[in-house]
Write a protein that binds this ligand. Structure first.
Ligand code: DAH
Length: 341
């Protein structure tokens, strides 16, 4: 027969065993009820005086067991409750979260395209500094201090320094590379350049260029022309027409500018080709022997060609961008349009 004094203990033992703990709230309820400072086991301890003497010992043992049972259950579920919260099954019917992937800048897109075209014919990338000394930017390139050609480029000088400039063109990389490498040289130098120009829809004080340089024995003007024709076809399509117009640059002789035939289809206000259909995209020429000598290359043995092109203008054509200032404002509404390019 069950002793009557055991009943409250058995009742609580049953309650502890049956208490469902499925989350951290349940666990906390359990703790308050069976282990907290006002737990339901505590009062049973003070009942001991009412228990018959011969049962007191067993009563105490059973109560201790009951406490232990509660503690054990709590401990078991302590970790279970935490991990079950983490392991909650996600709601698979919720709409997915799109990763907000950025897009590449149109200048980068065009530069990468130019680089990949020239890398097919063996040109390697050469990058160099944007803050340049006067010698590499001008003097080595046949443009000494009193040379009128310096006026062609409105130069930013570093404060209180007459000999340090923000490079006005990536041609400076030619001088850097030729003084440190021996021919044959076949490099492409992409980068940012700076000129003190009034900012408008068509010009900016910073822009990007890609410079090309090829030095070897017996390099001729015909090599230059074929290289540029190859580039133009890859860049603008195989039906593109090009023309070379005589021009002047201090570092090349002879010098030329290359136009591509763009046609009049985009000619809304005569701004793109000025009504001719022809559009200038780069300057080029045979490297002046004096430049080779300045940079320590024997001009009796070696010859070469060079070219330099602006990136902003080409990107404007390819993506129909009406204003150069868009490139530098980082307006997301502009940048996001190149996501799939
Ligand atoms: N550096 C010239 C400019 O910024 C562009 C240029 C013209 C580069 C002729 C060349 C070249 O290498 O041969 O306007």
């Amino acid at each position: 027969m069950n002793e009557i004094w055991k009943i409250p203990i058995e009742k609580l033992s049953y309650q502890i065993a049956e208490f469902a703990i499925n989350n951290s709230e349940n666990l906390e309820e359990f703790r308050i009820q069976f282990l907290g400072s006002k737990n339901v086991i505590k009062p049973l301890f003070s009942e001991i005086s009412k228990i018959p003497n011969e049962n007191k010992k067993e009563y105490g043992q059973l109560l201790n067991q009951l406490k232990l049972q509660a503690e054990e259950k709590f401990d078991q579920h302590k970790s279970f409750a935490k991990s079950s919260v983490q392991k909650e099954i996600p709601d698979l019917t919720l709409p997915g979260q799109n990763d907000n992937v950025g897009s590449r800048h149109p200048i980068t897109l065009v530069m990468d395209k130019i680089i990949s075209i020239f890398s097919k014919i063996g040109f390697q990338i050469a990058e160099d500094r944007e803050i340049e000394d006067d010698w590499h930017n001008f003097t080595a390139l046949n443009t000494p201090e009193d040379h009128p050609a310096r006026d062609m480029q409105d130069t930013f000088y570093v404060k209180n320094r007459k000999d340090i400039v923000l490079r006005t063109h990536t041609s400076s990389v030619q001088a850097r590379f030729m003084t440190t490498h021996k021919p044959p040289i076949r490099i492409l130098a992409p980068g940012r350049v700076f000129r003190n120009e009034t900012i408008s829809a068509r010009s900016h004080c910073q822009f990007h260029q890609v410079e090309g340089l090829y030095i070897d024995k017996n390099v001729s003007m015909a090599d230059l022309k074929q290289t540029l024709l190859f580039f133009a076809k890859e860049m603008f399509g195989k039906d593109v027409k090009i023309r070379l117009r005589p021009s002047y640059f201090p570092f090349t002789e002879p010098s030329a500018e290359m136009d591509i035939y763009w046609g009049l289809k985009d000619e809304t206000d005569h701004r793109i080709t000025k009504g001719t259909g022809w559009l200038e995209i780069l300057g080029c020429g045979m490297v002046d022997p004096a430049v080779l000598e300045n940079c320590g290359i024997d001009s009796k043995v070696y010859s070469g060609f060079a070219f330099g092109m602006g990136i902003e203008r080409q990107a404007m054509l390819l993506y129909k961008i009406p204003d150069i200032r868009y490139y530098f404002e980082n307006d997301l509404r502009f940048l996001r349009q190149f996501k799939n390019s």
